[in-house]
Design a binder for this molecule. Structure first.
Ligand code: FAD
Length: 479
């Protein structure tokens, strides 16, 4: 029997569900990754994610070769819905194995691939791998999906047992990995139409890079709860991009956290909770695909957002880090320069776009989707709907973050701000969070000419707050 494994958001050669099942059930197993032109054609030529995937493929190819000499990846470039069935036919495999991808576009693509494979008698087998619990695995007592996080998390934790976190062994079955004359190595970035773009060296490459980040994080996981909210501090794990592309196994991460939590470590318990948020948003996407396009709570679709040239100008200022609110600007500059944004800052900058600038949350969501290395439809949509108060378990609409007090609280010394706004480097902590409120001479004495070196605020927070409460009145009356 011959089988083909189609790698997608699971770019690793250990604890990988589809790889495990394929190797167990076939004598000859081939491995493929397709640079899907249906996705790539939408992306800028310098997209960092393509570079991340490309480096991860080099590592995966080597890891497969280490499991069985001569084995490795066949890498193709083209529309996956055509390329995959063609390759399966060429290799004469009886089955294609992959892991679930529950994004609506991926489901549609997989349905088509499945049909095409079936037309010549090839099976299409897909497995849970990306999350601990998926789809309808965690439901309420009356069999309904949860839409509030805390009861979901409690049910998730009640259901958890070691079985669900067990690694899928690969090594004992590695003999089935087959070499193929169709394997020609990983094409260069130029061959697939992309430019080499610098990635942060801290990100690490492939599974080995993810493991280094994890080892580093486990040294400080006990302090996670105290440090995770301060963007100038190395608090979180920075593993999101590895989770997104599967260069690390969610079972491994959840198991590390769960064991420490059972040993009484609070930091590990809080971190596990974040991993549960990830499962939570994935099951929301499964049960409520409409929410990927419009408000989870339909009443919120009646809100009238700012439009026209003025709104475009405000949006442009937000995207380029020129709102005049230092923490908000530094946050977006972090995203633009590195492809990462700290979680606290994602909340602050999202709330600012929606509730200070009065812009449709979908504009910000789309901007994050373009720029985030870890962009994940379910989590990004969940985060933006949380900020716009239109989602499940969202921030109430009348709770509006104050960008200045957030800055004072979470970047008190202004260290993070200064990293991305070096023109403000000489401002002392008491001036850096809202420089326009200080005496112009005091700011000038620190080498900053407001309006020239750094913009004046493009909106007044207190006025914007009132406008937002009025804008959301339409929702209040619908409740
Ligand atoms: P850690 O604090 O180390 O957390 C560990 C992991 O838990 C993360 O890697 C992530 O997989 C998961 N996680 C943490 N917080 C959340 C959350 N609120 N929702 C879902 N999963 C979570 N996360 C993404 O992975 N992709 C996105 O596109 C994304 N967009 C977001 C948009 C907004 C507006 C907001 C408010 C949050 C968004 N998040 C997103 C969630 C969160 O900000 C990132 O997962 C986190 O900052 C990644 O950094 P880390 O790996 O160091 O996190």
């Amino acid at each position: 029997k011959r089988a083909l494994i189609w790698f997608r958001r699971d770019l690793r050669a250990s604890d990988q569900a589809a790889l495990h099942h394929a190797l167990k059930s076939a004598e000859q197993v081939f491995c493929v990754f397709v640079f899907d032109s249906d996705i790539l054609s939408e992306l800028p030529r310098s997209d960092r994610r393509v570079v991340f995937i490309w480096s991860a493929l080099g590592a995966l190819d080597a890891d497969l070769g280490a499991l069985k000499p001569g084995a490795g990846l066949i890498v193709r470039h083209g529309s996956a819905k055509d390329v995959l069935p063609q390759l399966a036919a060429e290799l004469q495999v009886q089955a294609v194995f992959c892991n679930h991808d529950d994004e609506p576009a991926a489901l549609a693509r997989d349905a088509l691939v499945g049909e095409r494979l079936a037309s010549f008698g090839c099976q299409f087998k897909s497995f849970k791998d990306h999350v601990v619990f998926e789809r309808s695995e965690v439901l309420t007592a009356v069999g309904k999906p949860y839409s509030v996080f805390t009861p979901y998390k409690n049910a998730w934790l009640r259901k958890l047992e070691p079985f669900y976190l067990r690694a899928y062994p690969v090594l004992p079955y590695a003999d089935a990995l087959a070499s193929s004359p169709l394997r020609r190595g990983v094409p260069s970035l130029a061959e697939i139409g992309f430019e080499a773009t610098d990635l942060s060296p801290h990100l690490g490459v492939g599974s080995a890079g993810a493991q280094e980040l994890l080892d580093d994080f486990l040294q400080r996981i006990d302090r996670y709860d105290d440090s995770r909210n301060f963007p100038a501090v190395k608090g979180p794990s920075y593993l999101s991009v590895h989770l997104r592309f599967g260069t690390v196994s969610i079972r491994q991460l959840a198991s590390e956290a769960w064991q420490r939590m059972q040993a009484g470590q609070h930091g590990a318990e809080v971190w596990l909770s974040e991993l549960i948020w990830r499962d939570f948003y994935h099951q929301i996407m499964h049960h409520h695909p409409h929410a990927m396009r419009s408000a989870f709570r339909p009443a919120y679709d009646a809100i009238r957002w700012e439009t026209g040239a003025d709104a475009d100008r405000l949006f442009e200022a937000w995207c380029t880090g020129a709102t005049g609110y230092p923490l908000v600007d530094a946050a977006v500059l972090q995203l633009n320069q590195t492809g990462y944004m700290h979680n606290r800052l994602r909340m602050v900058s999202a709330c600012f776009l929606i509730k200070d600038l009065g812009l449709d949350w979908r504009r910000g969501e789309a901007y994050f989707a373009e720029r985030l290395l870890d962009f994940d439809l379910a989590a990004n949509n969940g985060g933006w709907q949380w900020a716009s108060s239109s989602g499940c378990d969202a921030q109430p609409y009348f709770r509006i973050f104050n960008p200045v007090t957030q800055s004072e609280k979470f970047d008190a010394e202004g260290k993070f701000i200064k990293r991305y706004l070096p023109q403000l480097a000489k401002l002392p902590p008491k001036l850096i969070h809202a420089p326009w409120t200080a005496k112009p001479l005091a700011v000038q004495a620190c080498g900053v000419n407001l309006g020239q070196d750094y913009p004046l605020p493009i909106v007044n927070h207190d006025e914007a707050r009132q406008a937002t409460l009025a804008r959301y009145a339409v929702v209040k009356s619908a409740q």
